[in-house]
Design a protein around this ligand. Sequence first.
Ligand SMILES: C[S@@+](CC[C@H](N)C(=O)[O-])C[C@H]1O[C@@H](n2cnc3c(N)ncnc32)[C@H](O)[C@@H]1O
Length: 383
Amino acid sequence: MPKFLILFGNTTLLSKLEFEATYPNCSLEQLDEHLFMFESEATLASEMIEVLGGTVKLFEVIKELDSDIKDTTLVEEIVALLLSQSEEPYFTFTQIGKGQHSISNADIKDLIKENGKKARYFSSNPSESALLSHKSKATELLAFNQIEDGKLLLAQIRGVQDIDDWTNRDRSKPYADRKKGMLPPKVARMMVNIALGLWQQKNTAKPLLYDPFCGTGTVLLEAGMRKLDVYGSDIDQQAVFGTRDNLEWFKKEYEINISSKVFYMDASHINPEEFTSKIDLLVTEPFLGKQTPKDIELANVFKGLEKMYLGSFKSFSNVLNNGAIVAIVFPRVQTDKRIYSLDSLIDKLKAKGYNLLVDPVIYAREGARVARQICLFSFDRQI
Ligand SMILES: C[S@@+](CC[C@H](N)C(=O)[O-])C[C@H]1O[C@@H](n2cnc3c(N)ncnc32)[C@H](O)[C@@H]1O
């Protein structure tokens, strides 16, 4: 089976969880901080970049060379590969990890010229090259030196995250409320995928997803991208109207036909009559407290939040199916003196049928006072 290299985004742990939940048959081998290798059928690999929120690039290993290959021979290998695919290559060559060879794009271009052909190369700046190779079908080659195994993996780009499309979904939806704090769409997608993947490992039917703190509907839009039918609710009537508008925009923009229902509801008093059947996936980011709490306020803020979360979890049980998966954001604040979190809630939730599936993963935006801690539970009704 072909081998692939996958480059995860900054939240590697979350990206890895997403990959493993979505593709449980592909086992990952970590090569570098963000770089992993796996074997898979090519058809499966080709859909991954569209499906996953936490993956930046996907490469296919084209050749396994000797780890201590001479620089000149490596340039020859690269040139042969590029010329076998294009009369006039437009390319970039990057290396990740230890034992890098001192060759540059200019060395590669020079040898192509010596072969009587033209070539152009572009910057290896990761975000810039991501855009370029996506739009112009330019070629990106990556070398990773697996020194311990004596192998140098030469890989070619197969997929790049469509940054424009992610930005479009985030910025062009009609209703936004940045003051409340919107979930980044990639994080929402990762949460949806993790919940969906874990659920699919035990079930075959199409699951129903619900976000009881829907805000602007970020989770619902990402669930829509995975073609799931969705329910959303919020205690703020503006958010309810706004999310409805966003979903209508989304269905037209992406020509996706999903069923959705969004209504006003306090998450701690959910009315089961709003739903046609029980919920399989509950994916949500509740109110996390104010965005910049003072140190002196934190003890009280977290006390209040714990009460609200506990009340909401009790109310979730009225609408959850047995075996449902809950992917939920908990707030976390680290001061000079201590960490404030809702970790103490996890044991209390166990008694109510919520079992923590993996250690919570922290997602913190640079400079943000309140970090997000992503927690995953399976729900088993207590008799
Ligand atoms: C952090 S925002 C969610 C943002 C959302 N993930 C997004 O990306 O747009 C939290 C939302 O919870 C809502 N909310 C707060 N308390 C609530 C409650 N008791 N029941 C339902 N919704 C509540 C707020 O109105 C707000 O829209």
